[in-house]
Design a protein around this ligand. Sequence first.
Ligand SMILES: Nc1ncnc2c1ncn2[C@@H]1O[C@H](COP(=O)(O)OP(=O)(O)OP(=O)(O)O)[C@@H](O)[C@H]1O
Ligand SMILES: [Mg+2]
Length: 299
Amino acid sequence: MTASIDTRAGTVGGTGGGTPPGARTPIIEVRGLVKRFGDTVVHDGLDLEVYRDEVLSIVGGSGTGKTVLLRQIVGLERPTAGTIRLFGEDLASLDPARLQWMRNRWGMQFQRGALFSSLSVIDNIALPLRELRCLPDNLICEASLLKLELVGLSARDADKMPADLSGGMIKRVALARALALEPELVFLDEPTAGLDPMASDDYVALIRELRRELKLTVVMVTHDLDTLVALSDRVAVLADRKVLAALPIPQLVKIDHPFIREYFLGERGQRALSALSTQSAGANPASDVAAVARHAGES
Ligand SMILES: Nc1ncnc2c1ncn2[C@@H]1O[C@H](COP(=O)(O)OP(=O)(O)OP(=O)(O)O)[C@@H](O)[C@H]1O
Ligand SMILES: [Mg+2]
C-alpha cells in the first residue's frame, strides 16, 4: 500500500464527478481551523472543501470533533482560529441579519434528532418557516405536509408527538425539518445511527432520491460503513485533529494510517468494501476498489 496522505480534495465521483475539484469553486471552504474548549484542542489546522452536488462524508473516532466541525460550519459554534467560507462568504464577517439569511440556504439534521418534544410532528417541521414570519399559516401547514410526504411519511403522522415516533420516523421528521426551507445544502449528523439495517437501507434510498430530485449537496457524519459506501462521493477522515484526507473511498483506503486500516480494512470494512467492489468490478474487474477489497481479504 502507498503511504501518501492527501489533505486536498480528491477527484469527485457521483453526480459531482467529471470536473476535477481544482477547476471548481468549493461551496464550503475551511482553512486552518483551530477549535479549543479550555485545554482541550479539538481541531488544530483543519482544512476542508466541499463542492456543489457532492455527498461528502466525515468519519473519525468518537470524540474527534465531527459534530463540533459541523456546528462551526453552520455558525452554531465559533472557531478559535481559522476561516470558514460558505458560498464564498466568510462566516466571521457576516452581520447577524446576513447570517440569518445565509442559514436559509442550508438545513441540518442533528445527531439526536433535536425535535421539540412539546411540538407535534407538523409543528416541528413548520418551525423554520414560522420563524421566517413571511408566510400565512395555512401555506406553512401545506408546505410542511409536503415535506412530510417527501420524506416518506403521511398526513396521518402530522399530529403525532415526538415521543410516539419510532427511531426511523424521528430521523425522517428531523430530515423534513432540515428540508423545510428548501435548502441547497444539508448537513446530516449520524442520520442512520440506531436504525435497524432495513430502516437504514430505506433512509439511504431516500437520501439518494432526494439528492437526485432536489440537487442537494450533502455533508454527512456517519459511523455506518454501509451508509458511507452507498452514498459518498468522497470521504473526509478526521484524525490527529485535522482532516487527514478527503478522497473517494478507493483512493482513501490506500493510505497507510491506523484509523483507515482499522476502519476500512477490519471485518466490517471488508464487507462494505466488497459491496462496493462488486458494483465497480462489474464495470472494471481490475478497478482500484476491487483490488483493495481483495488485498484486505488476503491480509
Ligand atoms: N460545548 C462544549 N464544551 C466543551 N467541550 C466540548 C463542547 N462540545 C464538544 N466538546 C468536546 O469536543 C470533543 C469533540 O466532540 P464532538 O461531539 O464533536 O465529537 P464527535 O466526533 O461528534 O463524537 P461522536 O462520534 O461520539 O458523535 C469532545 O471531547 C467533546 O467533549
Ligand atoms: Mg457527534
